[in-house]
Design a protein around this ligand. Sequence first.
Ligand code: COA
Ligand code: AMP
Length: 630
Amino acid sequence: MAYKDVYASWQSDPEGFWMKAAEEIDWVQKPSKALWDDNAPLYDWYRDGLVNGCYNAVDRHVEAGNGERTAIIYDSPVTHTKHEISYAELQNRVAGLAGALRAKGVEKGDRVIIYMPMVPEALEAMLACARIGAVHSVVFGGFAAHELAVRIDDCKPKAIIAASCGIEPGRVVHYKPLLDGAIEQSQHKPDFCVIFQREQEVAKLEEGRDYDWHAFQYGVEPAECVPVEGDHPAYILYTSGTTGQPKGVIRATAGHLVALKWTMTNIYDTQPGDVFWAASDVGWVVGHSYICYGPLINGSTAIVFEGKPVGTPDAGTFWRVISEHKVKSFFTAPTAFRAIKRDDPKGEYARKYDLSGLRALYLAGERADPDTINWAADLLKVPVIDHWWQTETGWAIAANPLGIEELPIKVGSPSVAMPGYDVQILDEAGHQMKPGELGAIAIKLPLPPGTLPNLWQAEERFKKSYLNTFPGYYETGDAGMIDEDGYLYIMARTDDVINVAGHRLSTGAMEEVLASHPDVAECAVIGVTDELKGQLPLGFVCLTTGVNRPHDEITKECVKLVRDQVGPVAAFKLAVVVDRLPKTRSGKILRATMVKIADNAEFKMPATIDDPAILDEIKEALQTLGYAKS
Ligand code: COA
Ligand code: AMP
């Protein structure tokens, strides 16, 4: 079948389409129907089915006689370690950990935070939660204690599973003091913590609260898979919104399993036994869907890579991993390729390796610029597939579905809408726009299985963030257009979210931190264009009257404050003192105008600007940081 026929078959019978897709999952009790719309505009999928995520990712492959197949390949250039875990071993490890969690009182529905680097134990922790119906919430290791504390207070975990340390090039990330600091700051306290002690650093355990990963499992009864309802939350993943309070995206179990399995076949063209590598991190949605659950549900082999595209040890690392482990499908963020291209513009490292097993390269997480796509396509001689999605959706909204049909690639476009997504471009009043016209990208409700049904204990915020602007639609927060052939183009965010090296960050969160500096009266953070990382945050601060300390002292403190509060991943290194911020007459800060000035882009003077002269001051300030040069 051609893509257009598959899409049309979904359009004409969505219920039939998703019930058929559900046959690829093993159910304890099959659902009587796919969509539950009794609570519209909130929707559930497969609500009355009974299922287990871990069973589908692990046990069913062992029961089918594939226990010896490799489930996970761990490749860690930063620790010089490699090893493989079969499906049968994974089942034992996960059942043991799940049994130990249960023995300490973790039950179906309890939340468990996982704060770990890229080690297989992170996936085991996720699967152990899924096994007993506990709801995991993985927190990315590059976030600081404060961010962890915010998440602890929001999802109120019974337990936290952490590693003693992470390894970044040139430094050890001490997870344990960050964890201790977060628990100290948070109102909610977990009952206990489980610490995976790594060879590179043994952390001090707190008597009565912390348990060693191995000792904790000694002698416990392994846990069996606990059936959960289709709408039972598999996990909560926090993502950046407009404010400092992150949004707890819920992933419901059954839809997540069905959708991921569908994508493994139809988008990624990956069969059981194939090696699938997503070079991301378990702390992000890509890590949830395509390092852990997608490949494992599919019976494929997942790679857990602990390293960077460059510097661990060189720009050939990706090619080594692809050739050594016979990777068929490779997924990463465009930034990684920009970093490799910068170090090895002629692609000489790639030529040293046999990359003939690679079928395609998938890019997502940020805009894929044509230069990067063309460079990668020339180098690898495989289709380079840009695809567009979000933490909220959990899988691609738009893609080129190689497993169905390879559509012509239009560089600069993540191709076409996937079945389940009726993507439309709307104007401010919610009217559909014509092909080629720029507007807000919205998706007609209901969203398909696997997408967020709600935010964790924040239904009003869910409605306000996504449903209220365009009644009957989900508002993606992205702006763009659709061409005559139905290809989508993603141009910009419509909110204050920025994308730094494929990491989604909130400028609002950084502003809250800057505003807490005693000398700062007012501030604004914007995202400026960066050749490597796509965007970088840049902060303007106005000082409290009477403060006359040297400005560079204050900006250094601001940089440190954001690193300490949000974390190194924010990459907040640019800050400048200004007298005033440009505003509208009603007091709204003109962030978009400042972005245009910084990037030397054309802009129209906002009609509502209070005092246009301030823009000259902003330009001068930006020039001191090397921006707004023309
Ligand atoms: N734990 C702790 N710190 C982390 C971290 C983690 N898991 N991940 C990143 N950091 C730190 C980095 O060490 C760096 O700290 P520094 O300021 O002390 O140098 C900071 O956060 C910024 O990290 P990053 O944005 O990754 O930049 P980098 O300069 O270390 O590396 C690239 C640049 C391009 C190589 C890197 O960004 C990259 O691999 N990008 C791929 C993007 C990606 O996988 N995105 C996931 C979404 S699909
Ligand atoms: P995240 O939730 O971290 O996956 O970030 C989602 C956001 O990243 C989207 O809303 C887009 O702004 C951006 N994004 C993701 N993939 C793409 C893509 N292929 N092209 C352009 N922007 C993208």
